[in-house]
Structure formats: structure tokens, C-alpha cells
Design a protein around this ligand. Structure first.
Ligand code: NAI
Ligand code: MG
Length: 497
């Protein structure tokens, strides 16, 4: 349900200020004094000037985070249960600022307001979930009888926070991505330096202000806006960062891994996907087809799990294609603040060109465009929802992550063929299966190389369920217990009896 924006005075006030870095509990300009402009992708207009943090600012933020991490306050005075209370309070404040935060998300990212509100509601759920885990972190005890000294020992494990964490997030879901990174790190007892994407730093800065209001000690949370190649690269390479968490492109994921080698910091990566969504002829098509449309065009396809490869059993192929196209033609594209619009703009002119280049490559490689394929208007970065058929597995549009509203639909004849085609990608983030045959669904789920497989649904997220990628979609799992494990070390203590 879309709520009415009744009071947006806070957003106006926020946008009227120059946005500063949040380091050691203080708001400050960048060391260089430089700023960068942030745009609304629906209008192409500058909506804010933001401090441009560089390596000197990252260094200050890491020092502040280290000091906070080692402080008696964070280590001793604030108990795990207190950490839970701080997170809960933070979630309350997200709720209290719900309308304004969602509005700011839409004017900075472009996403339809309903999606911004849904993502914020999920973010709040996510913080509350991790708030409930802080006092339940513990190791295991065991009687060790197989020791190399032949002895009898009492062994136990202790779970400790990994330390000072660097977190680099993308622009496609600025609030959700910030929360997915920050909440488990804070629950584990880490301190952190977050670098939001330079296209969408605004809501992360607001989250920082709310965390301060919730009462997190100074320096536990630091937010440094800045360019990827400057602030991001400095954070990834910093020798006093114990762990780096990244969501973004595989190219930069590779850079993060290289940069982490300096001090062998722990690394987790979420690098996107090219996810297959598979419809068998025995599926409930009334749900499968609209969900398939939604799975690729929600957030303009700028979703890591977007169902960008739709595989349809050959005997229903034409029927499914016709219905998908019919629903797609009814989608409205426009400013995300208008609740009637289903798709907003792409994030930037650069992303628009990238998407259009993929569309041109699809045409050059011989696939057939059946709807879309063009920019809409000249203001903002709007693009038509686009569909190709007559595609094969070698084509770039079938292999590469486009991160835009472009769907490829391909037929399959047999179970084995769709397994082979689905897995024929360097990615392995997600997959969808539509069938009413339970055995077929679960057998196929076991064969698919994907971190998440949805059966008779798509893009359902749950804070309790691990999320992440096989193959080149990344390393590690966020959400659930695994999401907390990313931010902890295990210590074994053995006492010979
Ligand atoms: P990107 O990977 O360049 O940006 C993601 C984050 O990394 C941003 O915070 C950016 O500032 C930072 N970054 C950039 N260069 C860096 C460096 N050298 N060192 C450290 N941090 C750095 O993604 P971009 O260029 O915005 O999008 C390009 C493509 O990446 C998209 O079209 C999409 O295919 C993919 N992507 C995937 C995402 C996912 O959810 N897995 C999210 C965003 C992009
Ligand atoms: Mg980039």
C-alpha cells in the first residue's frame, strides 16, 4: 500500500543543507573541502551537494572506528543485550521517519515510491531480526579426546566480533543495502565505516543521523561518502580494516579482493546475477506470468536477482510470450513519486547508455525485439521495458548482467535441457521454478547452481534466510545466522584435563 506523503518538511530541510561526512560521531567536511553533486534521475537535476571523502577521510574514519571498537564502552559497558536495544531503537526511528526516508530514497534513486516503502519496511524488519540476536551469540563446549597429545581436554569456542569493518554498497537499493550491511555488523559487536555509492549517498547519511539519535557510541558507525575509486579503494586497501563487505559489480569485486590481500582482511562479496526463471506447462500461469514480468521490471531491472532469463516450456511458449508482452505494454514508466507508475528512471545517463548498448548488441547478434528498446523522453533516464525472443546462450544479452529492464525469453523442451541452459552462466545468485509437480520442483532446485531458488514465487526475501551467490556471484551469505557469522571470528580454547 502506498502511503500519502503528508509531511516532507524534514526532507526539504535535509536537502537544503550541504551533506557532510559522519566520522567519530561528528559531522564534518572532507579534508579536501571538496563536494560532489547528487542528482534526481527522474529529472536529471542536482538535489544535493555532498562532501567528497577521500583516502585521508577514510583514514580518519578507520581510526575513529578502531578507537570505538577498542573502547571499554563498546566492549564492556554496553552489553550484548544493550546492543540489541540500540538496534531496536534505531528501527523505531526508521519507522518514525518512514515517509520521509522513503521519499528521499525515491528522489535520489528513482525507484517507485511503493518499492521504496516496501524496501524500507523490509529494512526495519531486518534490523529488528538482528536486534534479537545480539544476546544469543555463543560458542560450543566439547570434551576433546582426540588431541595430538593423546590427552583429555575441555575445549570450547568463543565467538568474537571480527573488528573494524569496511562496507561498500551500491545504488540500486540504498537503504536496504546499507541496513543489510550495518545491522549484522553492529549485532556482532563490530564498529564500521560505510561508503555509500556516490550516486545515492543521501539516505545512508540520514540513517547515520538516526543511529546517533538511537545512542550508538561515537565512532561505532562512520559514514564516508565519496567516489569508488577514491574513498572506496582506500577503504578496501586500508591495513586497519579487518573485514570488507561489498555489493556491486564483478569488476570492482575483483579489485576489492586484490586490495584485501595487503592484510588478508576477510572479504564477502555480492556481485549480481543473470538469474533463470523457469516456467513449466503444469504451472499456475495466472501467478507465474505476472510474477515473471514483475521479477525483471521491478526497480527497472536494477536488481541483483532480476529474473532476466525467462525459460518457458516449448508447448506453452507462444501463449506465455503473448501474455508477458501484453502485461508489459500496460506498465507505466515515469517519476517514481507518482504512485501510478510501475517503473521509474534508470539511475544515470551512463546506466541508460549501458542498457541501450546491450539492446543494440541483442539486435546485432540476431535476437528479435518484440517490445521496448528505446529511451522515453529527454528528461531523466527513462527506458522502455524491453523483451527479446529468438535468443541463444551465446548472446551477450543472455550471458551478461544488464541491470536494466531487458528480458530474454527462451523455450525449452526437456528437464535436462533447462538445467543445462540455466546453469550455463558465470553467475549463480538466484533462480525461479514454476510447476505444480513437487518432485520436479525440488529435483530441479537441487540441480540449479544458485544461492537462492524460489519455487512458485520470485524475489521473496526474509531476514532469517541466507542470501548470496554461487560461482562468480560472490562469496559468503548475508541474512540469517550466516549473515552474522560474516562479522565474527571463532576462537577455540583447549584446557588439558
Ligand atoms: P560499481 O561496482 O562500480 O559500484 C558499487 C560500489 O563500489 C559503489 O559504492 C562504488 O562507489 C564502489 N566502487 C567503485 N569503484 C571502486 C573501487 N575501485 N574500489 C572500491 N570501491 C569502488 O557498480 P556500478 O559501476 O555502479 O554499476 C555497474 C554494473 O555493476 C551494473 O550495471 C550492474 O551490472 C552491476 N551492479 C551490481 C549490483 C548488485 O546488486 N550486485 C549493484 C550495482 C551494480
Ligand atoms: Mg563502476
Amino acid at each position: 500500500m502506498v502511503m500519502e506523503a503528508t509531511d516532507l518538511a524534514g526532507v526539504e530541510k535535509f536537502l537544503s543543507r550541504q551533506q557532510l561526512l559522519f566520522i567519530g560521531g561528528r559531522w564534518c567536511e572532507s579534508t579536501s573541502g571538496e563536494t560532489f553533486p547528487v542528482l534526481n534521475p527522474a529529472t536529471g537535476k542536482v538535489i544535493a551537494q555532498v562532501a567528497k571523502g577521500g583516502s585521508a577521510d577514510i583514514d580518519l574514519a578507520v581510526k575513529a572506528a578502531r578507537k570505538a571498537f577498542c573502547s571499554d564502552e563498546w566492549q564492556k559497558k554496553i552489553t550484548p543485550a544493550d546492543r540489541g536495544k540500540l538496534l531496536w531503537k534505531w528501527a523505531d526511528l526508521l519507522e518514525a521517519n518512514f515517509i520521509e526516508l522513503a521519499h528521499l530514497e525515491t528522489i535520489n534513486n528513482g525507484m517507485p515510491i511503493a518499492i521504496a516503502q516496501m524496501a524500507l519496511a523490509e529494512s526495519i524488519k531486518f534490523v529488528r531480526y538482528y536486534s534479537g540476536m545480539t544476546a544469543k551469540i555463543h560458542g560450543k563446549a566439547q570434551h576433546s579426546k582426540s588431541g595430538s597429545n593423546g590427552g583429555n581436554a575441555l575445549a570450547y569456542t568463543i565467538r568474537e566480533p571480527v573488528g573494524v569493518v569496511g562496507q561498500i554498497i551500491p545504488w540500486n537499493g540504498p537503504i536496504l543495502m546499507a541496513i543489510w550491511k550495518m545491522a549484522p555488523a553492529l549485532a556482532a559487536g563490530c564498529s564500521l565505516v560505510l561508503k555509500p555509492d556516490e550516486k545515492t549517498p543521501l539516505t545512508a547519511l540520514w540513517l547515520g543521523a538516526l543511529a546517533m539519535e538511537a545512542g550508538f557510541p561515537k565512532g561505532v558507525i562512520n559514514i564516508v561518502s565519496g567516489l569508488g575509486e577514491e574513498a572506496g579503494a582506500a577503504l578496501a586497501a586500508h591495513s586497519d580494516i579487518d573485514k570488507i563487505a561489498f555489493t556491486g559489480s564483478p569488476e570492482i569485486g575483483r579489485e576489492i579482493v586484490k586490495a584485501s590481500a595487503g592484510n588478508f582482511k576477510r572479504v564477502s562479496l555480492e556481485l549480481g546475477g543473470k538469474s533463470p526463471n523457469i516456467i513449466f506447462s503444469d504451472a499456475n500461469l495466472e501467478i507465474a506470468i505476472p510474477t515473471a514480468v514483475q521479477s525483471i521490471f521491478a526497480n527497472q531491472g536494477q536488481v541483483c536477482t532480476a529474473g532476466s532469463r525467462l525459460y518457458v516450456e516449448a508447448n506453452i511458449f507462444d501463449r506465455v510470450v503473448d501474455t508477458v508482452v501484453m502485461i508489459t505494454k500496460g506498465l507505466k514508466v515515469g517519476n517514481g513519486l507518482n504512485p501510478d507508475n510501475h517503473l521509474g528512471p534508470l539511475i544515470s545517463n551512463k546506466q541508460l547508455s549501458r542498457v541501450h548498448q546491450y539492446v543494440e548488441s541483442g539486435l546485432q547478434e540476431g535476437s528479435k525485439l518484440i517490445t521496448g528498446g528505446k529511451q522515453i523522453g529527454e528528461t531523466g533516464y527513462f527506458y522502455e521495458p524491453t523483451i527479446f525472443i529468438n535468443c541463444n546462450s551465446q548472446m551477450k544479452i543472455v550471458q551478461e548482467e544488464i541491470f536494466g529492464p531487458v528480458l530474454t525469453i527462451m523455450p525449452f523442451e526437456s528437464f535436462d535441457e533447462v538445467v543445462q541452459k540455466s546453469n550455463n552462466t558465470t553467475y549463480g545468485l538466484a533462480a525461479g521454478i514454476w510447476t505444480n509437480n513437487i518432485k520436479k520442483a525440488h529435483t530441479l532446485a537441487s540441480y540449479l547452481q544458485a544461492g537462492t531458488v524460489w519455487i512458485n514465487s520470485y524475489n521473496v526475501f526474509d531476514p532469517t534466510c541466507p542470501f548470496g551467490g554461487f560461482k562468480q556471484s560472490g562469496w559468503g551469505r548475508e541474512c540469517g545466522q550466516e549473515g552474522l557469522d560474516l562479522y565474527m571470528e571463532t576462537k577455540t580454547v583447549m584446557c588439558t584435563l
